[in-house]
Structures are given as C-alpha cells and as structure tokens.
Design a protein around this ligand. Structure first.
Ligand code: 2RA
Length: 347
C-alpha cells in the first residue's frame, strides 16, 4: 500500500533532492507527480530511473494525491498550500510561511515527532535549513542537561539561496579571473572569495529575519526558555551549512558525556578527534544524510559551557530529507491517507 505523491517546485534544487530522497529512502510511492510553474511545464526531472515531465501547478488536481512536498518559495506557498490542504492531501511545506502558525506543526522527526498530533489544516512546516541541523544536535543535549543559552554563528552555503545562488558563485569565481561579469545580483555583495554577514532581510532590531527564524523555530520545536543569539553568514561554499555553536547548560556536562550522548542521538554522527580526519567540513557532508558534530570542547568562559561545530547538507537534512522524513513519520503514525482512501487514526 503506497501513496500518491506530488512534488511542487520539482525543478528547483530542493525539489530535485526530494525526488531523489523519496527513492533513496524507499518511501512507498504508488504514483508520483512533478509539479512546477507553467513556464516549466514539460521540463523533465528524474525519479529513480524514470523521467517525469513537469505538470502545471495551476492545472493540477490536488484532490487526486495523498501528500504534497512543497518547495516552490514563500509566494507560491502562501497562495497554494492552504488551498491544496483543503483539497485533501497533507502538504509538507518547505517555506517559512506557516512555520510560526499555531495550527501548523513545525517538525524535525528526531526532535518533536509528537507534534504530528497538532495538524489542523493539513499542513506541516519544514524548518529553515540552519535550524534543522542545529536542533538535531541540541535536543539530545537539552534532554540530558537543560540548555540555558546558545550562541550560534552560521556559515551558510550558496545553495541555500537556490540555483541562482550557486550560479552566482560559479560565474563570479570565473569572472574575477577575467571571464565575465562579477557584479553581485542574487547576493548583496560579492560572494566569490568573500563572506557576507547578511542573509534574508534586516529586521528593526538589526538582526536579519534569517537569524530570527533560528530562535523562533528552536523555541517552537524545543523549548521557549532557551536563549539564543545568532549571526548568519553566507560563505562561498556550494553545498553544506556549518555552524559554530556555544551552549551554556544548567549543570556541568563534560566533553566525554556530551560526546557519548551525541553518539547515541538519532540523526547525529560524531566525528571528533584531534587530527585532520577528525572533523567534518561541508564538502565532506554534501550528499550525506547525517548531522555531523565535531570539535566538541569545553567553553572556559562560563560555568557549564561547551562549544562544538555542526555541519550538514542543507539541501538534505536542511530541506528535502527532513521533508521526506516527515512524510515517513506521517506514514508510520497512520496520519496519511493512502491511495486506497484509508486513513488510520492519528496518534
Ligand atoms: C538560506 N536559509 O540558506 C536559507 C534557505 N532556507 O538562504
């Protein structure tokens, strides 16, 4: 018994990864539809060894599917996700539009799977890429020793800004050596051979909305009492977000204890030795499923503090993989209606 699945935004970075991961994780698919805007109608995308032609979002009858993985940007989600949810399927929405909606659970399956009980309008939100990997690492530690405060600096790859972001890094890198136009378009400043301490838009308090997303989403999924301060930085890396994280706990927790907790934690791989094969970079994490934790060490400046380095593939755990894992969670909990029309009771 499988499901009728639609992927909206199927030609984008994340949409393509969603197709790949549905296959990789053997999600029970009876039917699959690649959906995109009218201008991409007929564009071919791969699903395993099959080639699918994109169908037009405006023309597609969403009452014929059971689950929709949505990654077509905030404007499309705002217009379409609720309408699609009302037509019957559960929408797993990768935009920020519904993340703070009290009637929409925001889920990372390793962190707050029970939130599936809170689906009220057939939408589940997928968190921001930089939050997803952070909470996978923080949650098991918070369960062991309450987290009081977190300081995070992100090093976010250009693929977080979509294909245009990747093209800009590639073209600028070539242009700087004389092969074309190096003027920034997608990013506010030159990204090749540079770093930009700005992602998203400025808020009134001087933080960016990307930074605010991180504390809001951690509060919703984990604990509103945790204090977070965040600096989000774009770096000239194609795939893989990294985060330098410092955590203050309410009781002493040793490096060895933290390492042991993280080694057992779902979704986490600890790679932490004091040698050059003993820590992970975004290049190592690209194409992988895990959230890697390296460089765990004591923060000598506070009473109960640890610092560490968290890296993950932002297109995977930060987006497509988490969305497919949410679909698996919906399946495992009997929340999803299958193509036979059967819907078991939500846990
Ligand atoms: C970025 N957070 O990296 C975005 C993607 N969700 O730009």
């Amino acid at each position: 018994m499988g499901y009728r699945v639609a992927v909206v935004g199927a030609t984008g970075n994340v949409g393509r990864e969603m197709m790949t991961i549905l296959e990789e994780l053997n999600f029970p698919v009876d039917e699959i539809h690649a959906i995109a805007s009218r201008k991409s109608k007929g564009v071919e995308v791969s699903f395993g060894d099959r080639t699918l032609k994109c169908q037009d979002l405006e023309q597609f009858d969403f009452s014929t599917v059971d689950v929709v993985l949505m990654s077509a940007g905030g404007t499309v989600s705002k217009e379409w996700s609720e309408k699609i949810g009302k037509a019957g399927p559960i929408v797993i929405d990768n935009s920020s539009v519904f993340r703070m909606d009290k009637d929409v659970p925001l889920i990372v399956p390793e962190v707050n799977p029970d939130a599936v009980k809170d689906i009220r309008k057939n939408i589940v939100a997928n968190p921001n890429c930089s939050t997803a990997q952070l909470v996978v690492a923080l949650k098991p530690l918070h369960d062991a020793a309450k987290i009081k405060r977190v300081v995070v600096s992100t090093y976010q790859s250009v693929s977080g800004a979509g294909k245009e972001g990747m093209d800009e890094l590639w073209n600028q890198t070539k242009a700087i050596y004389g092969l074309g136009d190096a003027k920034p378009k997608k990013f506010p400043k030159q990204i090749a051979f540079n770093v930009i301490p700005f992602i998203g838009a400025f808020n009134e308090d001087g933080y960016t909305d990307e930074e605010a997303k991180m504390w809001n989403e951690v509060h919703k999924m984990m604990d509103p009492e945790i204090k977070l301060t965040v600096t989000c930085v774009r770096v000239p890396v194609f795939v893989g977000h990294s985060e330098a994280v410092t955590v203050e706990f309410d009781r002493p927790i040793s490096v060895d204890e933290a390492r042991a907790i993280l080694r057992e934690a779902p979704g986490v791989l600890v790679v932490d030795k004091h040698e050059h094969d003993g820590y992970i970079t975004p290049v190592d994490a690209a194409g992988e499923h895990a959230v890697y934790v390296s460089r765990i060490r004591k923060d000598h400046t506070v009473e109960n503090g640890l610092s560490f380095w968290v890296v993950s593939d932002n297109l995977r755990k930060g987006a497509a993989l988490n969305a497919v894992q949410i679909a698996q969670l919906l399946d495992e909990t009997g929340t999803l209606k299958s193509s036979s029309g059967f819907r078991s009771i939500t846990v």
